[in-house]
Design a protein. Structure first.
Lengths: 469, 292
């Protein structure tokens, strides 16, 4: 009996000793961490934030079918963070941006996001790209209370009370659809409308906006495509739109799909007025895809010119200044940052729709960090976005519109036409027609509310940015 | 009526491209009894070589011929280095190796030429021909596609039917051991089979690139359709591959035009399933015992 008791006691002692040793290790760890950081315990308690660094992450397609164009955004964002770091960081903290390649595959997105949270201990997920991909991590990040910020997608689904740690950034697709629909309704009255859209939330949300504005009796044909199998010319869809007599074709397409639609349409002699959602209308992104007509040795010069001119006269929407306006101070600053902090990307693409997007989005995050203040926590960051975003300075035509209940971002834009007579601009990918503004800036909501003209002033470039870039 | 004609014509042009892919699969299946899942990727790779030549100022036709020649060489090299060592091993082994090759080629092409989608030039105008007063969905380039693939099929049928070399290739495929005993250099003929198949794949790659979003992945779906065409045609018959290609091309064009483009791959798989259940030997196959 005694012997057994003794053993029991001995085992207890071992357990107790083990536990206190573990505690010693744990507290020791904190103590060492504090010694290095030289600061209070409360601050180091926020995951991904130390006194000298903020670690953030994202999942983006760097290879695969969705990569063309979109693979430029994260490196462009990183250029902004490098500019921040070169200028002393934010409250002394430098930004470390870890972006991983999910190839636009939601399963991979889910795996990599768990890695970012569990292994890399990110403070926030910033600028992850895509609707299906971000839907795959929405619930997880909200459960873990990791801010899921500025998603690179205009899905209507980023603003719900169920997921308070998630926010969109670019205008919701239904808002861009409503503005384009309003323009069609007022400028192409009585014309037959055809629709071509990607059969996902992106295309459906844009068309929801279009159909809220355009009378349904004027829509003669609705065509779709499947993005997962997109590889060949969409001859069948364009033939159907031609057969239905469409005079105006509205498209919600990604850049590759735009080219694969307007090329075969041209081939069958179908030249309608195109109205293309901004996602798939950026000339330096779509233009190279049209090069198949310009490089063939056996083509006549006349034909090659006709093919490259397919983007002329296309109507689209813009929510920040087009890259062609070289006199715009935002555009000038964006070019400087890209040139200095990501020279490789700059040499390859210069300032196009994607690199411009990345710079503007990253600069939004930088201002959110500044607004959150010195004692940075996830709660203080979300609160700063919810309450102070309207005063953030961005290249956007309308202010960011985040609040406790609405998490979309920009909720307005303007309509523009690609018009070579207005001028041209050159990027490493070629020479493109300028975008001529053809409407005032509009604001509206994703619901059935009206489209109204926005009268506010565009914010200028903050002097800190202008002087240090 | 206009829509029907457009769908019919674009179905024919697409079908001929699938036939070229199927032809490559058939040649390899005949030579070494393997399904080459890298058939599309090999065509993609040689078309990228042509792309490089074009961007360095080489003319279209020299680049075209160079890509076909590179396809021939690539096929031979793959057979000698990757497929030959697996002879006599389980039939699944070379299949797995070709899947690996597919991934490697797409990865290498991506790292050399980038993953951006681009355009690729066509040999002739891609504007639809004007018939009567309407412009139809069939261009000079589509005429060239039909002629090029038809010529390839005729050449291969002629090779097998009427030449000594073709006879030896058929013998080597039919019974390698007996052929070897009779003095036929079986190994060389297998290499030749792969080389020809990959040249056919290169042709398919060059023909379909101008109609596609040209990236390292542009042949993936074409391989699925080409495989459907090959199975439809019986996997062993060049004429079967041609007919299979046309049937597949027309089927998916009509499904796309009248039902919905998102159902095209499903239609191809449904077609494949029906053929495998109702007539597993394909339209032109004989009921011999085969290992797949």
């Amino acid at each position: 009996m005694r012997f057994r008791r003794h053993r029991t006691t001995s085992r207890r002692w071992v357990v107790a000793a083990g536990a206190s040793f573990a505690m010693l290790l744990a507290t020791g760890g904190v103590a060492v961490g504090n010694a290095v950081a030289g600061s209070s315990v409360a601050r180091t308690a926020t995951t991904g934030v130390t006194n000298s660094q903020i670690t953030i992450g994202a999942t983006v397609p760097l290879t695969g079918p969705a990569a063309p164009g979109y693979s430029e955004i994260a490196p462009a964002m990183d250029a902004v963070f490098k500019w921040v770091n070169a200028n002393g960081g934010i409250y002394g903290r430098k930004i470390k941006y870890i972006y991983l390649n999910d190839k636009y595959d939601p399963t991979t997105t889910a795996t990599l996001t768990r890695k970012l949270v569990l292994t890399d201990h990110i403070f926030a997920d910033v600028g992850s790209l895509g609707t299906p991909t971000d839907l795959a991590i929405l619930k997880y990040l909200n459960t873990e209370k990791v801010p899921h910020l500025f998603i690179e997608s205009g899905c209507n689904c980023w603003s719900t009370s169920k997921y308070p740690d998630t926010t969109g950034w670019e205008p919701p697709y239904t808002v861009t659809g409503k503005v384009l629909g309003y323009y069609i309704k007022t400028h192409f009255k009585g014309k037959k409308i055809g629709e071509l859209y990607q059969d996902t939330e992106f295309g459906q949300d844009v068309m929801k906006g279009i159909n809220l504005e355009v009378p349904s009796s004027s829509v003669v044909s609705k065509q779709t495509y499947d993005v997962t199998t997109l590889s060949g010319a969409m001859t069948t869809q364009m033939s159907a739109l031609k057969a239905a007599g469409a005079q105006v074709v509205v498209m919600a397409t990604i850049p590759a799909a735009t080219a694969l639609a307007i090329l075969p349409a041209y081939s069958i002699g179908f030249l309608p007025q195109y109205v293309i959602d901004g996602v798939g209308a950026d000339p330096p992104t779509v233009g190279p895809l049209l090069s198949s007509y310009t490089t063939a040795a056996t083509h006549t010069k006349k034909e090659a010119a006709a093919a490259t001119a397919l983007l002329d006269g296309v109507i689209t929407n813009l929510y920040q200044p087009p890259e062609s306006t070289s006199s715009n101070p935002w555009i000038q600053v964006e070019k400087k940052i890209l040139q200095k902090y990501t020279p490789t990307l700059w040499a390859q693409h210069g300032l196009d729709g994607n690199t411009e997007y990345g710079v503007a989005l990253a600069y939004t995050f930088v201002q959110a960090l500044q607004a959150a203040g010195k004692d940075l926590t996830r709660t203080s960051l979300m609160k700063a976005i919810d309450t102070k975003s309207k005063s953030f300075k961005t290249p956007g035509f309308v202010p960011l519109n985040y609040s406790k209940t609405v998490h979309y971002g920009f909720e307005g834009d303007e309509v523009a036409e690609f018009d070579p007579s207005a001028g041209t601009f050159t990027t490493p990918d070629g020479t493109w027609p300028d975008a001529k503004v053809v409407s005032p800036v509009y604001v509206t909501t994703v619901g059935s509310g009206p489209v109204t003209v926005y009268h506010g002033k565009e914010p200028g470039v903050p002097s800190t940015l202008r002087n240090s870039a | 009526m206009g829509l029907f004609v457009d769908i019919l014509l674009s179905g024919v042009a697409q079908g001929m491209v699938f036939a070229a892919v199927a032809l490559g699969l058939v040649l390899i299946s005949r030579a070494t009894g393997t399904i080459n899942f890298a058939q599309g990727a090999m065509g993609m790779f040689t078309t990228f070589i042509a792309f490089s030549l074009l961007t360095h100022g080489v003319g279209y036709w020299p680049a075209f011929v160079a890509a076909l020649a590179m396809g021939f060489v690539l096929g031979a090299v793959v057979e000698r280095t990757l497929v030959r060592p697996l002879r006599g091993k389980p039939a699944l082994n070379p299949v797995i190796v070709t899947i690996g090759l597919l991934i490697v080629l797409e990865g290498v092409a991506g790292s050399i030429w980038g993953n951006v989608a681009r355009g690729f030039p066509a040999a002739f105008s891609q504007r639809g021909l004007v018939i009567g007063t309407t412009r139809v969905a069939f261009s000079h380039f589509d005429v060239f596609i039909v002629c090029a693939v038809a010529a390839l099929v005729v050449a291969i049928v002629a090779l097998f039917r009427w030449t000594d070399l073709g006879l030896r290739m058929r013998a080597a495929a039919f019974s390698p051991e007996v052929s070897q005993l009779l003095g036929v250099r079986v190994g060389r003929l297998f290499t030749l089979g792969w080389a020809l198949a990959c040249a056919a794949g290169s042709l398919a790659g060059l023909l379909v690139a101008p109609l596609s979003s040209f990236s390292p992945y542009y042949m993936d779906l074409n391989l699925v359709y080409g495989f459907t065409a090959a199975v439809l045609g019986g996997l062993l018959s060049p004429v079967g591959a041609l007919v299979g290609g046309l049937v597949t091309g027309l089927a998916i064009a009509f499904v796309g035009g009248y039902v919905g483009p998102d159902l095209q791959p499903i239609a191809a798989l449904a077609l494949l399933l029906v053929v495998l259940m109702v007539r597993p030997q394909g339209l032109f196959g004989t009921t011999e015992v085969r290992r797949v």
